[in-house]
Ligand binder design. Structure first.
Ligand code: TYM
Length: 338
């Protein structure tokens, strides 16, 4: 069993990242490394240059994201924690896989369509080939399981298609090189929505900071964001079916349920019939209670740049050792003489 996943260091870690992915990273680390499995978690800094960025911000965000992940429970002694830029095998394998990926497959990617928008001619080539790098990220390590939020499912399906086509085209039938990775998506928190708009996902790229809860927010900010969250005027229903067509209410109740480690039904059993005037303060308190220990650890860790750089350097060394044999085998399968 090999668990691999990544996050872009493009800003603060928010509640969507935490509930959709990072919580599972920690849970899988805690459960599987004890049984001998390897977890590799990385900062997708090479992905981050596919959009316009400021170099000094990328460097700062990279260190801050390491601090955030460690605060959430990623243990660099048990998991391999690194950034792509220190493991050149990711970019090398991407080039090799570019020969296998098809233009038509990439053209269908919804993230490409969303991020490029109408200005495709002006989008970077990296934004278009981004999913091939993501395939390289997981195939390089023979990942069997990839914990992600719902929005990454399509990219992982592409990674499976690339693996299959490469195996078919270049490997003997009884000795495929690549494993098809399985996405692990949490059923209850697959898609955490914006606090300002129940139909948009919570995202780092939303210009309004009020749309998301950041791991770094202090208690007052969390409370203010929850109180200002968009809702409708109806009281909460007492049955789950009553949340249909009420995206904002469903999102807040869902967040409460996951944070409290319970089900939507139980939350509605408790708050059904009550208005948001009662529910929002309870949700705010719960978020502050659960997030503040992580935020406190984060504030401590983020100052120690030497320690953060050492974590990345050590992680990258371990990652390179695992990456080299797969990359060598891929060069060989393609007939490249070295
Ligand atoms: P990124 O950096 O956008 O997000 C990191 C993880 O957080 C999840 N996520 C969410 N889950 C639920 N609700 C939300 N609102 C929400 N927002 C984000 C994402 O699904 C993701 O799991 N392309 C990836 C990074 C990447 C990667 C990889 C992931 C690069 N290579 C290989 C897995 C395997 C990305 O931009 O995630």
């Amino acid at each position: 069993m090999r668990i691999v996943s990544g996050i872009q260091p493009t800003g603060n870690l928010h509640l969507g990242n935490y509930l959709g992915a990072i919580r599972n990273w920690v849970a899988m680390q805690d459960e599987w490394t004890a049984k001998g499995a390897t977890c590799l978690y990385f900062l997708a800094d090479l992905h981050a240059i596919s959009m316009p960025h400021k170099p000094e911000e990328l460097a700062a965000n990279t260190r801050e994201m390491v601090a955030a992940l460690v605060s959430c429970g990623i243990d660099p002694d048990r998991s391999i924690l690194f950034n792509q830029a220190q493991v050149p095998q990711h970019a090398e394998l991407q080039w090799l896989l570019n020969g296998t990926a098809r233009m038509g497959w990439l053209n269908r990617m919804t993230q490409w369509k969303d991020k490029a928008g109408k200005n495709r001619e002006g989008a970077s080539v990296a934004l278009f080939t981004y999913p091939v790098l993501q395939a390289a990220d997981v195939l390089l390590y023979n990942a069997t399981h990839v914990p992600v939020g719902e929005d990454q499912k399509q990219h992982l399906e592409l990674a499976r298609d690339i693996a299959q086509k490469f195996n078919n085209d270049f490997c003997p039938e009884d000795a495929p090189l690549f494993i098809q990775p399985e996405p692990i998506i949490p059923p209850e928190a697959a898609r955490i929505m914006s606090l300002r708009e129940g139909t948009a996902k919570m995202s780092k790229s939303d210009p309004s900071d009020m749309s998301r809860i950041n791991l770094t927010d202090d208690a007052d900010t969390i409370m203010a964001k929850v109180k200002k969250a968009k809702t409708d005027p109806e009281p909460l229903p007492s049955e789950k079916a009553g949340l249909e067509g009420r995206a904002e209410a469903a999102n807040l109740v869902g967040i409460y349920a996951v944070m409290a480690g319970t089900s939507v039904e139980v939350v509605l059993g408790q708050f059904g019939g009550q208005g948001f005037g009662a529910f929002k303060p309870a949700l705010g308190d719960l978020l502050v209670e659960k997030l503040s220990p992580m935020a406190a650890r984060y504030r401590e860790l983020r100052e120690d740049h030497a320690a953060l750089d050492a974590i990345l350097a050590k992680g990258a060394e371990k990652a390179r050792a695992l990456a080299v044999p797969t990359l060598d085998a891929a060069y060989k399968a393609l007939g490249l003489v070295r």
